[in-house]
Design a protein around this ligand. Sequence first.
Ligand code: AOS
Ligand code: ZN
Ligand code: ZN
Length: 384
Amino acid sequence: MNRDEVKRLLRTQHIETPSWAYGNSGTRFKVFAEPGVPRTPYEKIDDAAMVHRLTGVAPTVALHIPWDRVDDYADLASYAKDQGVAIGAINPNVFQDDDYKLGSVCSPDPKVRRKAVEHLLECVGIARETGSKQLSFWFADGTNYAGQDSIRARQDRLAEALSETYAAMPANMTMLLEYKLFEPAFYQMDLPDWGTSYMHCLQLGPQAKVLVDTGHHAPGTNIEMIVAVLLRAGRLGGFHFNSRYYADDDLMVGAADPFGLFRIMHEIVSASAMDGVAFMLDQCHNIEGKVPALIRSVMNVQEATAKALLVDADALTRAQAEGDVLSAHGALMDAFATDVRPLLAELRDEMGLHLDPMQAYRESGYQQRIVAERVGGTAMGWGA
Ligand code: AOS
Ligand code: ZN
Ligand code: ZN
């Protein structure tokens, strides 16, 4: 692919930031409060807009309900628009209430299931009101002990809840169904892997697609293989990008394993699927500044994408057809070894942006301003 085509595609790639990453977060041991953290969903949008202003490719922000509950969602959406961004995926929260102890949509208690489904339906409404086209579902449902509940009955309850929600979606809305190997449940999760998620999507219909969170697999899982298979089936809805060393670490994407990210992006580029996939971040910035961490993360995704776009597809296909293992592998490694920072600087220059968004942030005075202005009130986040 020539340089201009690479830049054209990079301009079209949109990377969605998660509202929760702008708030305080931590581990089960400690949530360190950071000065300047948003006190309202509106202030989260201000931060997301800043990330977009500096990177030019992060025009949407995902919401998490009820963390981002407001009285008037249309007003929130129009505020976002005024700041130059839009509302992205709507994420329901069916894991933080006491009555979800044994699950939400899979709970053995029909009243709890009803409550959870009502919340999913509420999120369909919020998506409509904010102009969002995507629902992003993650369920903490599962069990801790063999025999605790019927695995099969839980699948039936899940299918029932999803189909009621699916039926309420307008034709232009997509349901993204996320899976997770373990945590918070340790014996079995009701949606533990891409296959289970895919089966539910198949049953639901074409508006249901699988969401791959890069931190939700067993160590050593070949994630790009999953990506390739789902793309082939037309059911890869999108990503929750982040890095992990051990489990669901939620560190900055591209920090722990930039090569893994590149391999994922290579599958997307080679399937010409850049515009059909939602590139979303799902991260927690526990010890680093949140806004700059999100800027860095957006840049990391861009760098991996640029390298994937630079793969010499002809040389690769030729080597593959000839069974030339090392040349085929070499075609990928050459692209991965390319320093794409000058190309990205050129692209930013053409987009009227500072060549280095991290430096631009440091020089902007934004951090000092939010620290000075956001005094009083309650910082958003969990447990801070
Ligand atoms: C949880 O592990 C998942 O990654 C979800 O996407 C979750 O909704 C998100 O991390 C916000 O809590
Ligand atoms: Zn996730
Ligand atoms: Zn996760």
